[in-house]
Write a protein that binds this ligand. Structure first.
Ligand SMILES: Cc1cc2nc3c(=O)[nH]c(=O)nc-3n(C[C@H](O)[C@H](O)[C@H](O)COP(=O)(O)OP(=O)(O)OC[C@H]3O[C@@H](n4cnc5c(N)ncnc54)[C@H](O)[C@@H]3O)c2cc1C
Length: 425
């Protein structure tokens, strides 16, 4: 075993979810001896590093609204009151929609909770780079929708995930949380609680628990294990017979640059930053995310059909997907955007909860699982950490930063109290 290989709590995964979980457990239980283990050389190297790094509190489910609204409030507090810059820019999220979009009703519901402004066709026509009426032929060929309305969420924008990760990592280290990097957990294997030292244990009738993690640096024992391993959760949990309830879905981001991109990026005048909001087109969920420091836009979508659930440790972004699918849709709405350069691209995975699109936080035996972030784990990260802490501490409710109380069991399996989320981007 590695030196100091016995802990009260072992958190596996040092992405945003592992960092917030470790931080809140240690903060509220100062005497607990916690280790965070990650196979990467440092923290926030998994999907936390590959995201489009947008934040919004525009969700169809009230629970997701609260998870995100509270997290945004806390990140803002970190940036504005604690003076730790996390790169938050309140550029807004602009949902462009058509009169016959079935999501219009949902947007209306969302508008009652989130701080939004509506931009009608006339207000949008002010932006001559945006085409709101698609010609009949293109519309028919590509199944595109016109833009009749924009709904601009104002408590939304972009963030730098590595900076918010720095905040939780440094705060956790200061409280005494230990980190072990370059340490790969092979799998979770259950042991008997009261071993008889008999071959083939544990038997059906023996109480079981996870006693230790086998890693490339030896065994690590703990009383409680917190699995914050995102899409890797399924393969780690599988040998135990506990279901992760998630599936991986590849997601890609393409960075585009050039004069025609800059005209659009800096051609918006309705936020302090003077940049295009995080914009979602009415067709196929295609989005454009401003990256003004690099004078670029990031584009992507949450595609569904023909995007299988396979998993590859190092996924590649597919340039032809940009050329043949995304670029065509973007060009239809932004006709002045002529052949921008693709100056970067990357891919990662959403850990999808395919049933309700909302995170899972549940305890089985002495393992707490926090996963299923379904493409919005950064913008809900603080709330997830607080709920993991409540589950760990056996509290009936977790109190979020915005003062809302969430039942600790609400995101669990047995007593789940979640509506299906309709706004997965
Ligand atoms: C293209 C893309 C765009 C996205 N856009 C957004 C967005 O705009 N806003 C938003 O909020 N979210 C977004 N997301 C989702 C967001 O990135 C995730 O929800 C979030 O990062 C999940 O955090 P995590 O800590 O659960 O996972 P991760 O950051 O993936 O952390 C899991 C960690 O577990 C470690 N690990 C795995 N297996 C082992 C093992 N066997 N041993 C040791 N360590 C292990 C990994 O190394 C990793 O560091 C996006 C994701 C993608 C891919």
């Amino acid at each position: 075993m590695v030196p100091d290989s016995r802990f009260d709590v072992a958190v596996i995964g040092a992405g945003i979810v592992g960092l917030t979980s470790a931080y809140y457990i240690k903060k509220n239980n100062p005497d607990v001896n916690i280790v965070v283990i990650d196979k990467a050389p440092t923290y926030a190297q998994g999907n936390t590093a590959r995201s489009a790094a947008g934040f919004r509190d525009m969700f169809s489910s009230e629970l997701n609204f609260n998870l995100s609204n509270s997290t945004i409030g806390f990140y803002r507090h970190v940036q504005e009151e604690l003076g730790h810059d996390v790169g938050m820019k309140f550029v807004g999220y602009l949902f462009l929609t058509s009169d016959d979009d079935p999501r219009l009703k949902v947007l209306q519901k969302v508008s009652q909770r989130s701080k939004v402004r509506t931009l009608d066709a006339e207000a949008l026509s002010h932006y001559d780079f945006l085409r709101t009426k698609i010609d009949v032929e293109t519309k028919a060929l590509m199944n595109l929708k016109d833009i009749d309305l924009g709904v601009l969420g104002e408590n939304c924008g972009t963030i730098e995930p590595e900076l918010i990760a720095d905040f939780y990592y440094n705060s956790a280290v200061r409280l005494g949380v230990k980190f072990l990097f370059n340490t790969t957990v092979r799998e979770y294997r259950l042991d008997p609680v009261d071993p008889l030292d008999y071959p083939g244990e544990p038997f059906l009738w023996q109480k079981k628990h996870l006693k230790k993690l086998e890693t490339n640096h030896g065994d690590i024992e703990a009383d409680i294990f917190i699995s914050c391993t995102d899409v890797w959760t399924t393969s780690l949990l599988d040998p135990t017979g506990i279901d992760s309830h998630i599936r991986p879905k590849k997601r890609q981001v393409f960075q585009i640059s050039g004069p025609s991109v800059e005209n659009i990026l800096f051609g918006w005048d309705q936020n302090k930053e003077g940049v295009l909001p995080f914009t979602i087109l009415p067709s196929f969920g295609v989005y454009l995310r401003p990256a003004p420091k690099a004078k670029s836009l990031w584009v992507g979508t949450a595609d569904d059909y023909n995007r299988d659930y396979s998993f590859n440790e190092e996924p590649d972004a597919e340039r032809e997907y940009y050329d043949n699918s995304l670029a065509q849709v973007i060009q239809a709405y932004f006709p002045t955007m002529s052949y921008p350069k693709v100056t970067g691209m990357w891919a990662g995975y959403y850990a999808y909860n395919t049933i309700d699109g909302t995170p899972y936080i549940f305890k089985d035996l002495n393992i707490i699982v926090a996963s299923g972030t379904s493409g919005s784990g950064i913008l809900k990260g603080d709330s997830i950490g607080r709920i993991v802490e409540a589950v760990y501490s056996g509290k009936e409710y977790a109190e979020l930063y915005n003062g809302k109380k969430i039942k600790s069991s609400a995101l669990g399996i047995e007593n789940r109290e979640v509506e299906r989320e309709e706004f997965i981007i």
